[in-house]
Design a binder for this molecule. Structure first.
Ligand code: PLP
Length: 339
């Protein structure tokens, strides 16, 4: 056993023993390579460095009470990475290769999968980058697919405690016909200024609005947004947000709990009518939102008046985590055991 204070882990890089790599050269993927180096050596003119040919994924692995290691909806991450690759003209990683790489990295680093009950999990980070040189703006002809993993705690240090977020009107994360639907580094670069300002002002994240009309909610920092009212789960429909696998799962759970689900534009004006709001994602799981500040209008929308998460967010959170840790029946077929 390794000596880690599992219950106190932040959501941060954690050095483990191995990562796995595979190169795309001459039009084909090569053999899987196991590495214990944290460094990569790439051409100084690699397109990842100059023209942003970079996409990544994030998925989690959980240890159950039975000691088994469970991975959540990895095929959706494989599909989304393929979509991101198509979106910025990179070589696509076949689903079988994605699975082989993820399974290998988890098994090689098995001792870093946090114990059941610690609240922590193993975060797996697949990364696809253009490594071939180009000086003109063109896609590379060579790519590296790399997967590393490390144990993490909650993304928002509060865990399942409500956080405050801040509406950003003076920064856009993604344009309507841009790359917001892909998980590519450029979107995160574009979100940094608003995010860091929000942190500096005491908020957990920036809440981005649609770039065209500045009227509708897009994303809650690195997570999707949802609101609850009248037994209905409402989440934004937008062409510039990342299709969150957690959000998709919560919609199924909400329906299963007898709720209605609406995927449609959510205007800022509607925020006052929600009973509960939250951010959701692999890292955030469900992070309840207790206050949304609209800094330009000096207004604040408040939720969870007693400082606690609302009952619906709590039920959704428990059900999702119950499935992920293997405590509840996996009736949707979302979990695979890694043996
Ligand atoms: C911008 C953004 N939105 C939403 C999400 C949530 O997606 P998922 O639930 O697939 O992790 C993420 C990643 O976690 C993200 O980076």
């Amino acid at each position: 056993m390794i000596n880690v204070e599992w219950g106190k882990l932040p959501f941060a890089y954690f050095k483990t023993d191995y990562n796995v790599r595979c190169y795309f050269r001459n039009g084909a993927w090569g053999k899987l390579e196991i590495s214990s180096s944290e460094n990569i050596s790439i051409h100084m003119a690699a397109t990842a460095l100059h023209y942003g040919q970079e996409a990544f994924e994030g998925l989690k692995v959980f240890r159950g009470q039975d000691g088994k290691i469970r991975i959540f909806r990895w095929e959706e991450n494989a599909k989304r990475l393929q979509n991101s690759a198509r979106g910025i003209l990179m070589a696509e990683v076949p689903t079988d290769l994605f699975k082989e790489m993820v399974w290998n990295v988890v098994k090689l680093n098995e001792k870093y999968v946090p114990p059941y009950g610690s609240g922590a999990s193993l975060y797996v980070r697949p990364l696809l980058i253009g490594t071939g040189p180009q000086v003109g703006v063109k896609p590379a002809s060579e790519y590296l697919f790399l997967v590393f993993a490390g144990p993490v705690g909650p993304y928002f240090k509060e865990g399942f405690k409500p956080v405050k977020v801040q509406i950003a009107r003076d920064f856009d994360r993604a344009a309507p016909l841009g790359t917001g639907i892909f998980k590519v580094g450029g979107n995160y670069a574009a979100s940094l200024r608003a995010g860091e300002r929000a942190h500096g002002d005491g908020y957990a994240a920036a809440l981005f609005l649609d770039a065209k009309e500045k009227k509708y909610i897009d994303e809650a920092g690195p997570a999707n947004f949802f609101g609850i009212k009248n037994n209905t789960y409402v989440t934004p429909k937008s062409g510039s947000i990342l299709p969150s696998i957690t959000n998709m799962s919560l919609q199924d759970i909400a329906r299963d709990l007898g709720m209605q689900v609406e995927v449609r534009p959510i205007a800022v004006d509607e925020l006052g009518s929600f009973e509960e709001t939250g951010a959701c994602g692999t890292a955030a799981v469900i992070t309840p939102i207790c206050a949304i500040e609209d800094r330009d209008y000096a207004t604040v929308f408040s939720y969870c008046k007693d400082g606690q998460a609302g009952p619906v967010s709590t039920a959704l959170y428990k059900r999702l985590q119950g499935i992920q840790f293997g405590d509840e029946e996996d009736k949707f077929g979302w979990v695979d055991v890694i043996e």
